[in-house]
Design a protein around this ligand. Structure first.
Ligand SMILES: [Mn+2]
Length: 322
């Protein structure tokens, strides 16, 4: 039989998923395994993805020709037809309640293939949930913890190319996170990413437009500003929401989110608010891509008004009840 290629989502939990599945297929199913990351642009011709090859997909869109498929994204099905084509099988599993993909692969392998994972895979799955679902215990852990898993995860921010990611997946399939974090190339990438983080944290305060009613509004649209996901909550742990504008390759993005370490008691649905701007998201995080910088700044300011009104209402309610 020809070898099987595992296509994986290019992030920490996607890479761990590929490493774990590679080891399982190699060890328990005597498969010859290769792996390669997937790009979002490969969705454009999804019907023909992997045509004529044997493949698996982890932490990415469902494909009916995937021999093995595991995902946890609620948005995994690219059409109703594809949704209809999915059913749980011995080689496919989808669980949108799973914070990340590796734990569901390990669970599936135990149930269906009687697989007993080594301790290092249990550790990788544990950290995958924390990284992918931002379940850090506090903003300090999210930004500065230097446990091997988080060093490896941060090093990925400055990955030179996809060949390097493939190489790390191979390492994940055979070694512990401690061993991988100690590699010279990983350490070098981590140090660079840590410098970027420090610079991003320094550059954030001047981008703040206003902090009112527990909502922080910022404009980080300049390309010379480095970005660190939790900057707003690092500098202003007291806010419940942040909303702002950041650049993308093609234009500008409005991003809004709840402070994971200080959430509002009865929050609004951010994804639904963003739908009003052609975007979307979940209850606690969402975004939109308005057509111009002006439109993006206007949208961010309007979203801040909506969030502040909700906060003011909640505060008024709390004081009447008290
Ligand atoms: Mn992922």
């Amino acid at each position: 039989m020809s070898s099987i290629c595992i296509h994986y989502h290019r992030d920490f939990d996607g890479m761990v998923s590929a490493g774990v599945l590679a080891a399982i297929l190699r060890d328990t199913r005597k498969e010859e395994v290769t792996w390669q990351s997937v790009n979002y642009h490969q969705r454009d011709d999804w019907e023909n993805f992997g045509k004529g090859t044997r493949f698996a997909i982890v932490d990415f869109h469902f494909h009916p020709n995937a021999e093995y498929w595991f995902d946890h994204h609620p948005t995994t099905f690219l059409s109703d037809e594809l949704r209809q084509a999915y059913k749980p099988t011995e080689q496919w599993a989808w669980d949108e309640s799973s914070p990340s993909c590796p734990p569901l692969i390990l669970r599936h392998a135990k149930e269906h293939w009687d697989y007993d994972p080594p301790e290092r895979f249990v550790e990788m799955a544990y950290w995958s949930d924390i990284v992918d679902a931002a379940q850090y215990k506090d903003v300090e852990q999210a930004l500065f913890d230097d446990t091997p898993a988080l060093r490896v995860a941060r090093s990925l921010y400055v990955a030179p190319d996809s060949a390097w990611l493939d190489d790390l997946v191979g390492a994940m399939s055979r070694q512990s996170l401690e061993k991988i974090a100690a590699r010279k190339d990983v350490e070098k990438a981590f140090q660079r990413a840590a410098r970027n983080r420090d610079r991003a944290l320094e550059q954030f305060p001047p981008t703040i437009i206003s902090v009112e009613n527990s909502v922080l509004l910022y404009d980080a649209s300049s390309n010379s500003i480095r970005r660190e996901r939790f900057s707003a909550f690092f500098h202003h742990p007291e806010v419940h929401y942040s909303v702002g504008v950041i650049p993308t390759r093609a234009g500008y993005h409005v991003s809004a989110g709840v402070n994971p370490w200080n959430p509002p008691t009865d929050g609004v649905h951010i994804g639904e608010i963003m739908e009003g701007y052609g975007g979307g998201g979940h209850k606690t995080v969402g975004g939109a891509n308005p057509p111009s910088l002006e439109a993006a700044l206007k949208a961010a300011a309007e979203v801040a008004v909506v969030l502040r009104a909700a906060e003011a209402k909640a505060a008024a309610q709390a004081s009447t009840e008290a």
